[in-house]
Design a protein around this ligand. Structure first.
Ligand code: NAD
Length: 498
């Protein structure tokens, strides 16, 4: 049985934790290890280590910070397979998908390597005669990240490379369901030359999260997870005077217009609906088929789903792994009966999908499609976060856009069409933060910012890219005059430029 513990001030603390959580292997259903749950004292210790490291780290030159980031980038690249194996073992996703999330996280590290350029301010000479003005951005201090189970490497890497590059020190509270990747990342930071205390990890549940949200020395919190917890983190963190960005859940629509390439659309719906067993915040979970394409599209989806191999993530044959826990699998499966009970048609029942090479006690659920779903059904109103695709039939483009914009969520959306004008109109009209045109999972690259609208994000700032730099820094504008022979004596008037 493995034992996962915290990383505070450059080491794992010795001694017994008061509380633990089980870490499962989703492919076997067995408990594979235990993770220590932090108390408020553990969080205090991590925050103290981060606060102590801050003064020196913010004084380290941009060139040296960039060197550490380059070294970290190389180490993560070299350990991609090892990280991916840890993720597969605890999350269940297939190895190629786990490696893919490490690669997308690395892109943020690579973006952060450009920190000397990213922190450049502006300078205006002679804003008044003999007076110059310039702007600088400074780190906010100790910052924290609280992250979900579904991307145990990538989502933390949306946050800490940029925070650390900007001169902050960091406390990460990863998901207790798959905690191991964060510890390997901590060791790689140390090997890359990051001073002790700049990056810390505390594991745990609500106790650790509340201690972070109430801690007087933690200046900013980035959160990614479900909408109810995102709202709670935003409200509690801001009530304690913190800067908070809290990314929540999603119900991502894919609209297929009548002129779309239906093979492309079917490939996309299956890939984006069932990749990572639908446990992606950018997964497609509502497919809106604009009349008359519904029946043909469903037939093409059925063809493709029938050929998918579901099995253990570590098995190279597998295209889709198990769900993360037994209770989550059961909850996801419950939407199938609920959907049928509310009038939907079960076009594909994932409970019958064969599992190739898997232990029967694993948390399996194959890909499912509910057809003729209507907006009041729970399979449509709820974020299911599993391999269940709900198909809605819309009579027109306007009705399809109405569905998209009627959703309380606003994370991602995709439109499939061969008509540039329709696509352009859709991009303009969709009230959603990230839009794909013939691209089903429009996750922005690291140098753009990731984030949804409405109940998918609380706060003003999206993650990574320029908005990430802004979130982890505070702006300052300096107006300076160096004595010259022409200063004019006392003047009590407000400084204006005459
Ligand atoms: P979750 O909200 O259950 O947990 C997220 C984090 O909050 C974890 O670290 C967890 O320990 C902590 N937490 C859980 N319950 C808490 C409570 N009552 N009080 C305080 N903290 C608590 O989310 P999850 O199940 O780990 O992840 C899946 C969710 O994350 C989905 O809703 C998915 O859409 C969302 N997600 C969103 C994005 C995005 O970019 N918007 C990205 C990935 C995942």
């Amino acid at each position: 049985m493995k034992h996962v513990t915290h990383w505070i001030g450059g080491q794992s603390p010795a001694g017994e934790a008061e509380r633990h959580g089980d870490v499962y292997d989703p492919a076997t259903g067995e408990v594979a290890g235990q993770v220590d749950f932090a108390t408020a004292d553990d969080v205090n210790a991590a925050a103290a280590a981060a606060a102590e490291a801050f003064t020196a780290w913010r004084g380290v030159s941009l060139a040296k910070r960039a060197q550490v980031l380059f070294a970290f980038r190389e180490l993560v690249r070299q350990h991609t397979k090892e990280l991916a194996a840890l993720i597969t073992a605890e999350h269940g996703k297939v190895a190629s998908d786990a490696a893919g999330e490490v690669t997308r996280g690395l892109e943020v590290v690579e973006f952060a390597c450009g920190i000397p350029h990213l922190l450049k301010g502006g300078f205006s000479e002679n804003v008044s005669t003999g007076v110059d003005s310039y702007s600088i951005r400074q780190p906010v201090g100790v910052v924290a990240g609280i992250t979900p189970f579904n991307f145990p490497a990538m989502v933390p890497m949306w946050m800490f490379p940029i925070a650390i590059a900007c001169g902050n020190t960091f406390v990460l509270k990863p998901s207790e369901k798959d905690p191991s990747a964060s510890l390997l990342l901590a060791r790689l930071w140390a090997e890359a030359g990051l001073p002790d205390g700049v990056f810390n990890v505390v594991h745990g549940d609500k106790v650790a999260v509340d201690a972070i949200l109430q801690h007087p020395d933690i200046a900013a919190v980035s959160f990614v997870g479900s909408t109810p917890i995102a709202r709670y983190v935003y409200e509690t963190g801001t009530a304690h005077g913190k800067r908070v960005q809290a990314l929540g859940g999603a119900k991502n629509h894919m609209v297929v217009l009548p002129d779309a390439d239906l093979d492309l659309a079917a490939d996309a719906a299956v890939s984006a609906g069932f990749g990572s067993a639908g446990e992606r915040c950018m997964a497609i979970s509502a497919l809106v088929a604009v009349d008359p394409v519904g029946d043909e599209l469903i037939a093409k989806i059925k063809d493709r789903v029938g050929k998918l191999t579901v099995g253990p993530g570590a098995d190279e044959r597998s295209e889709m792994g198990p769900l993360v826990t037994g209770p989550h699998r059961d909850k996801v499966a419950s939407y199938l009966d609920a959907g049928v009970g509310q009038g939907a048609t079960l076009a594909i029942d994932g409970r019958r999908h064969p599992v190739t090479g898997g232990d029967s006690a694993g948390f399996w659920l194959g890909p499912s499609v509910l057809d003729h779903v209507t907006p009041e059904m729970s399979c449509y109103t709820d974020e299911i976060f599993g391999p269940v695709l709900s198909v809605l039939r819309a009579p027109s483009y306007e009705a399809a856009v109405g569905l998209v914009n009627g959703s309380p969520y606003g994370n991602g959306v995709a439109v499939f069409t061969c008509d540039g004008g329709a696509a352009r109109r859709f991009v303009s009209e969709a009230q959603i933060g990230m839009v794909g045109v013939n691209v089903p999972i429009p996750v922005p690259m690291a140098y753009y910012s990731f984030g949804g609208w409405k109940a998918s994000l609380f706060g003003d700032t999206h993650v990574h890219g320029t908005e990430g730099i802004h979130f982890y820094t505070r702006g300052k504008v300096v107006t300076s005059r160096w004595p010259d022979p022409s200063h004019g004596g006392v003047n009590l008037g407000f400084p204006v430029n005459s």
